[in-house]
Design a protein around this ligand. Structure first.
Ligand code: GLN
Ligand code: ZN
Length: 765
């Protein structure tokens, strides 16, 4: 049984690539130094895989920014604006970075390419741009150089390529009058040429990723896929093609995907097993099956007993020689190496013993391949693994009877407010006495370098908690007084005490662990360190009451309490895999609902529960949407419903389209929702208008993503547009999102103008 890997993380165990890139961009190191560091990282990563016993090792999975951009570069799909506007040598690394990040320099001002989420992961790729007269022009430098490097190291290389159909589907038409899939005819010969060169340069294997095969769209694309793979088989017959699918089950497509003329088909057995039997039965006798058995999307140890059963099933039907083992998808989505982590209070040794990062997962694949052919060969490994899972099953760290009971006791009525929205609205209007078009912000104010330095001093014990608290109190006070002075109606404390909107809550909830180096690439040089939810979640003590009521004590105006919602906390963490996501979401929801009750008790009359991640949790297959949305929305409602009618619940969502989920957004029944609309010129509001969304809305009038300060006129125009679209009594005035990434100068300027725009509007109505 052959073992292989689909892709390895590239950012470096301690984010070496991030720092090298940023040094290069800021001119601190030369391009040669950057190239050298990258080469060293590739070598290191290949050798880790080889030393852990993986037989076929991916190449071309390294990237300076993003693998989709790499492919656009290789295929010469370079938008005209990068060719025309400035003098950067053709296909140079600087051109590549200009495409990734834009460039503003003397004589050059060109915007970056768009970036969007890679399927349902938190990785962002650079969206290919296609034009009607698109030309492709092959440049094999990157792929062949890396192949050469790998061969010199003596590893068995398998270049990884996104397949032509998925590549086109990942992109966008940048002008009307054509369908990007029509470009396949032009693109296919370039791929063939590329594959031939790969073969000529010493590779026997190639991995062609077609993740769209697990999406709904694949159903109608059998012909195109057949054309592509027939052509490859005919023109490059000596190359062993592994067709990789991942992030889902092949579903309906199993019957024909299993007949495509490839050497092996890779399936993700972690994300979906519904069609596993069908795949085994219908697989063409010339094709091997690569089992994606080790979870490439989560950080838990593999359960060998369960995996071995699945592997045996394949061996039973196909024979061991036709079975390959691999992670479910590229390991890009998990951190590097658990061995780097010390046991700490935030990462108890018991929890650590249940985990596996990329490096550990390699070993798991190798163990499974050994155990599958000779279960007695390495009995101690199997026994150890079984013991870990037995211990985990019964660990006190995970299981909390009270929490489980509270979740199983949940009833529909726990997710419903006392009265209907209309009744609540009139009570809240009497109670809060806000003007029409009330003004507010989304929560955070600038996280200046002083604030971040303060937090790091506390962490390094250079200051004590008392000193830290008194400085935080001081900024909150200044911020409250300033908001009051410029005439905002609903104030916020500014979230200065929070490092991150999920981590802050995770650190205070039970059932969460944190690592020191558990970085996962999010895009380019950016990496995130998601919290790890390992056990039943509960709230041992209030989390936000202290600072919120301190802020409320400084003013007679209402201060909004700020919480992160259960779905967002779930979505931005590594979650446990021993219970449904829904159950974990409900546990978090109950914890948040406790906090909501405590805030209300402390006199807070408006509470915002942020849910920016609801949309990104949508399953890849449309048919699964309703199930997800039903439990996700319910979790939000559980967190928000246990309050008096007079208490106003806000929610906030950014980077989201609402058209196809508006029914569910309305079902959240938040008294007020604030959304990001300024960049789309209120277009995102249409969904609410068409649906006759009944509750109050604050469509953002100020794009907080750039330091640019919008003029009062622009904001007034946006507000007037909104005022034509939604009933006057439902309209709020606010920025698109929180202001933590902004500086104070532009923030103050912009908010002053925003308040003044709202006042002008009030005079008009
Ligand atoms: N309350 C958060 C803030 O203002 C919301 C952030 C977000 O939506 N991503 O920072
Ligand atoms: Zn936001």
């Amino acid at each position: 049984m052959i073992t292989h890997n689909l892709g390895y993380p590239r950012i470096g165990t301690k984010r070496a690539l991030k720092f090298a890139l940023e040094d290069y961009w800021s001119g601190k190191i030369t391009q040669d130094t950057l190239l050298l560091k990258a080469k060293q990282l590739r070598k290191e990563h290949w050798l880790v895989q080889q030393n852990n016993g993986i037989e076929i090792i991916p190449t071309n999975d390294f990237s300076f920014y993003d693998q989709v951009l790499d492919l656009s570069f290789t295929l010469g799909a370079i938008a005209p604006r990068y060719m025309e506007s400035f003098n950067i040598p053709d296909r140079s690394l600087d051109l590549y970075f200009a495409m990734a990040r834009g460039q503003q320099r003397e004589g050059a001002d060109v915007i970056a390419m768009e970036m969007t989420k890679w399927f349902d992961t938190n990785y962002h790729y650079i969206v290919p741009e296609f034009y009607k007269d698109q030309v492709f022009d092959l440049n094999t430098d990157k792929i062949l150089n890396e192949l050469q490097e790998a061969i010199e190291l003596g590893i068995t290389p398998k270049p990884v390529l996104i397949g032509p159909i998925s590549y086109l589907l990942l992109g966008k038409e940048k002008e009307p009058g054509f369908d990007r899939l029509d470009l396949l005819e032009k693109l296919l010969p370039i791929y063939i040429e590329l594959l031939q060169q790969i073969k000529e340069n010493g590779a026997n294997w190639i991995q062609i990723d077609e993740p769209f095969l697990v999406m709904d769209i694949a159903k109608d694309m059998q012909d195109q896929y057949t054309v592509v793979f027939d052509r490859i088989a005919k023109e490059v017959p000596e190359l062993k093609v592994i067709l990789a699918t991942y992030f889902g089950d092949l579903g309906h497509c199993s019957s024909w995907v299993t007949k495509l003329p490839v050497h092996a088909l890779h399936v993700d057995l972690v994300r979906g097993r519904d069609s596993y039997s069908t795949v085994l039965e219908s697989l063409d006798p010339n094709i091997s099956l690569s089992l994606g058995i080790v979870d490439g999307r989560n950080i838990w140890k593999n359960d060998y007993k369960v995996s071995l059963k699945l592997i045996q099933k394949a061996i039973g039907v196909l024979g061991a020689s036709r079975v390959m083992l691999a992670p479910s998808c590229s390991l890009l989505h998990v951190p590097f190496d658990l061995d780097q982590e010390k046991e700490t209070e935030s990462l108890p040794s018991e929890v650590k013993s249940w985990m596996a990062f990329a490096k550990q997962k390699l070993k798991e694949i190798v163990h499974l391949s050994e155990l599958a052919v000779d279960s007695l060969g390495n009995v101690s490994v199997l026994e150890q693994n079984m013991k870990v899972h037995r211990d985990k099953l019964h660990s006190d760290l995970i299981h909390n009877r009270q929490v489980k009971l509270a979740v199983s006791d949940l009833e529909d009525s726990d997710a419903v407010r006392k009265s209907e929205f209309k009744a609540r609205q009139s009570l809240q209007k009497q109670h809060l006495r806000l003007p029409i078009f009330p003004t507010t912000t989304i929560g955070s104010f600038p996280q200046t370098s002083q604030i971040r330095a303060l937090r790091s001093k506390l962490r390094n014990t250079r200051i004590d908690q008392g000193e830290y608290d008194s400085q935080i109190a001081q900024v909150i006070k200044e911020t409250i007084l300033w908001q009051q002075q410029i005439g905002l109606d609903v104030l916020v404390h500014g979230e200065f005490e929070r490092n991150d909107m999920v981590e802050y809550f995770g650190e205070q909830l039970e059932g969460f662990a944190f690592t020191n180096f558990g970085w996962v690439q999010s895009y380019g040089s950016r990496a995130v360190k998601p919290p790890i939810i390992y056990g039943d979640v509960f709230r041992p003590h209030p989390m936000t009451v202290k600072w919120t009521s301190y802020a409320q004590g400084l003013t007679d105006l209402p201060v909004k309490g700020m919480l992160t919602g259960p779905v967002t906390i779930l979505q931005w963490s590594f979650v446990r895999n021993d219970q449904p996501r829904e159950t974990t979401a409900n546990q978090i929801a109950l914890a948040i609902s406790e906090e909501v009750k405590d805030l209300e008790k402390a006199g807070i009359q408006i509470i915002q529960i942020d849910e920016p991640a609801i949309r990104e949790g949508l399953p890849l297959k449309r048919g699964d949407w309703d199930t997800y949305l039903n439990w996700a929305i319910k979790a939000f409602r559980i967190s928000a419903s246990k309050v008096q009618d007079t208490t106003q619940i806000h929610t906030h969502m950014c980077y989201s389209e609402f058209n196809d989920i508006i029914k569910h957004i309305a079902a959240m029944d938040a008294d007020v929702i604030t959304i990001e609309t300024s960049r789309s010129h209120m277009e995102l509001l249409d969904a609410f208008v068409d649906f006759k969304y009944p509750n109050e809305i604050g469509p953002g009038v100020y794009d907080i993503h750039s330091p640019r300060v919008p003029s009062e006129k622009e904001m007034t125009a946006l507000l007037e547009k909104a005022a034509c679209l939604i009933p006057m009594e439902n309209l709020w005035v606010n920025p698109d999102c929180g202001l933590k990434t902004r500086g104070w100068i532009e923030t103050k300027d912009a908010l002053l103008k925003m308040v003044s725009a709202a006042k002008a509007l009030r005079r008009k109505y």
